[in-house]
Design a protein around this ligand. Structure first.
Ligand code: M6R
Length: 617
């Protein structure tokens, strides 16, 4: 939930760290800090507020050392104050530490350390670990076999930690070294030419080097400007696997857009093309995936699917459920990952589990996956971030290939998940009862999705005008049915997370069982109204709202004739194949939320209280 970055090499560390923190700011943005080892001391600048506040503070410090660490925080333990910002320095002044995660047993540690004379300046869990490292370092001045005393103190301390961490540590006695480690919080090492950057994700690294090592849980890396070594908590040596980042820094830039969310909304046609590239069979009648590690015969044995995820990814699971059940006729269950991990759900032998997570680091989704695996189930994952923990631990999976998604509100990653859900439905359906010609038609429909999204995006100026008229309202309902019910949920989530307007998503017909009580002229409803079986039923729901003076924005597919007066504003999207409809219908709800948020002057890319990936419980 926080972003960490450390640099050791020949350049000035502070500017590289500050640039990295700006790139990682989407992970947490309530306070920021950095520490540079220079002039025989650990020089720390830290402030509550955004990285820009830290940049001003750092200017007062004349940082010129070439070893340093920095942190951008999403508070867990302790309020948003300068003192609680990271880095934390041990009370003997020897160690500085940054941390992403939660030290669950910190209070026992703290009590023990206070007993030993260590003092504390903050309310954080992190400071306890920092002092524990200092304690072990002081206690054991000599390390057997000529090992590093710094590294061993960190290793020893981490063995006492219950919880999660991605950390980077500086030691005053080792002026050009960093020790970093991870457990359930991501950590990537950038391997440069006599310089190394360790960070929570590759966006803080990619402008310096494309070569990276994705560290695994329980691994520690020891960096000097000349070399690095990776070992485990049990002191075993690890041979590093150096990967190449496949995107460039321009993919993580605004490139002329005002916000990442805006950029990522408009990137969706390209993102969808990248998601489906090379994933249709040669005969053009089904989907194919390289990394499932499950052959067709094994897949054919599955008679039930379980999907787990959080937030928008959970909405994508609901759409996948609808499409798999409709086209493949295989039962699907969808669970919140945070519930599944604790509810001891009965799963039968032929159930295949899927987890969906853009970041591949969401702690609840990771825990759900581990629980399913503990029960002996095979788990497949849909992830965007290459090398993420979920991607690595899953038995197989599919990458989304949409490039970095930086806006906290998920947009292009979500529609890419919808596309993959539709492709999985096709893959399973073709193994069962779907004919060759229906499969071929389905494939053609999916291939047409990027163009349909381009068409839907052309409504942006009209939606911007509509947004101006509705931005003042405090409550919204989003209503849809069948495959568009999850899109109603997604619309409500988008709106509330970035504009702070209270919004609820409901199946349109369910609205009369309670939410209709909210309807007044001040509570608008956004209806998703496709052509088809339930069109007339949805129109009836709209009439019920109109009868109670509720304003209505209708998102309709081309060719739908609404009765006069039933909607105040109408947004038209192209008519399309049912597998593509949820993708196309998502575009207007994203744009509506984006423009309403602009109108209200809220921070689109960094909404209050949120962070991009939730790596703590
Ligand atoms: O990285 P993940 O896909 O696992 O993230 C899951 C949710 O935290 C995420 O979708 C969240 O709900 C977004 N802010 C929605 O816009």
């Amino acid at each position: 939930m926080c972003g960490i970055v450390g640099y050791v090499g020949k350049q000035k560390a502070a500017s590289i760290i500050l640039e990295g923190l700006k790139r990682l700011e989407y992970r947490g943005y309530d306070s920021a800090g950095l520490c540079v080892l220079q002039g025989g001391r650990l020089d720390v600048a830290k402030k509550a507020g955004r990285v820009d506040v830290l940049v001003k503070e750092a200017a007062k410090h004349h940082f010129n050392g070439s070893t340093g660490i920095g942190h951008t925080r999403w508070a867990t333990h302790g309020g948003v104050t300068d003192a609680n910002a990271h880095p934390h320095v041990s009370s003997d002044g020897k160690f500085a530490l940054i941390h992403n995660g939660v030290i669950e047993n910190y209070s026992g540690m703290k009590k023990f350390l206070i007993g030993k004379g260590y003092t504390f300046q903050s309310e954080t869990d992190t400071e306890a670990l920092c002092n524990l490292i200092a304690y072990h370092y002081a206690k054991e001045p000599v390390v057997k076999n000529g090992g590093s005393r710094f590294l061993e103190s960190v290793r020893k301390s981490l063995r006492h930690v219950e919880g999660t961490y991605g950390i980077a540590v500086l030691c005053l006695d080792c002026p050009d070294e960093i020790v970093a480690a991870r457990k359930a919080s991501p950590l990537v090492l950038g391997v440069g030419d006599q310089e190394y950057i360790v960070a929570s994700d590759a966006s803080a690294i990619v402008s310096h080097t494309q070569s990276v090592v994705y560290l695994k849980d329980g691994e520690l890396v020891h960096l000097t400007p000349r070399t690095f070594s990776i070992t485990t908590l049990d002191q075993a040596d690890v041979s590093p696997v150096v990967d190449k980042i496949t995107w460039t820094i321009t993919d993580a830039d605004l490139n002329g857009y005002s916000h990442f969310m805006e950029k990522e909304i408009f990137e969706q046609p390209l993102a969808l093309e990248n998601t489906m590239r090379g994933r249709f069979s040669e005969d053009g009648s089904t989907a194919q995936f390289g990394g499932l590690n499950l052959n067709a015969a094994e897949f054919r044995q599955i008679d039930r699917f379980l999907f787990c995820a959080c937030g928008s990814a959970w909405h994508a699971c609901l759409v996948a459920e609808h499409l798999i059940e409709t086209f493949a006729r295989v039962p699907v269950e969808v669970d919140y990952a945070s519930e599944f991990r604790y509810r001891n759900a009965p799963l039968d032998r032929n159930t295949l589990c899927w987890v969906i997570s853009q970041s591949g680091e969401t702690i609840d989704t990771l825990a759900a996956m581990r629980e399913a695996k503990r029960k002996g189930h095979r788990v497949l994952a849909l992830n965007n971030v290459v090398g993420s923990t979920i991607a690595r631990e899953a038995d197989g999976g599919i990458y989304q290939h949409v490039g970095p998604e930086i806006g906290v509100a998920s947009t292009k990653a979500f529609t890419s998940q919808l596309l993959l859900g539709a492709m999985i439905a096709l893959y399973i359906a073709r193994m069962r009862d779907m004919s060759f010609s229906d499969g071929a038609q389905y494939v053609q429909a999916l291939k047409g999705a990027p163009d349909l999204v381009r068409t839907a995006l052309k409504q942006a100026p009209q939606i911007k005008e509509i947004a101006k008229r509705y931005a003042k309202h405090a409550d919204f309902l989003f209503l849809g049915r069948l495959s568009l019910f999850p899109i109603a949920l997604e619309g409500a989530l988008k709106l509330k997370e970035i504009s702070y307007i209270h919004a609820e998503g409901y199946p349109a017909a369910e609205m009369k069982h309670g939410p209709i009580a909210l309807i007044t002229e001040n509570c608008p409803s956004v209806f998703l109204v496709p052509k088809g079986d339930v069109f007339n039923k949805i129109v009836s729901s709209m009439q019920e709202i109109k009868a109670r003076k509720g304003p209505i924005i209708a998102i309709v597919t081309e060719g739908c004739e609404l009765p006069p007066g039933v909607a105040d504003d109408v947004i038209t999207i192209p008519d399309c194949h049912p597998a593509v409809l949820p993708i196309v219908a998502t575009i207007p709800v994203q744009l509506l939320s984006y423009y309403i948020t602009l109108e209200r002057g809220c921070d689109v890319d960094k909404p209050r209280n949120l962070a991009k990936s939730v790596t703590v419980e």
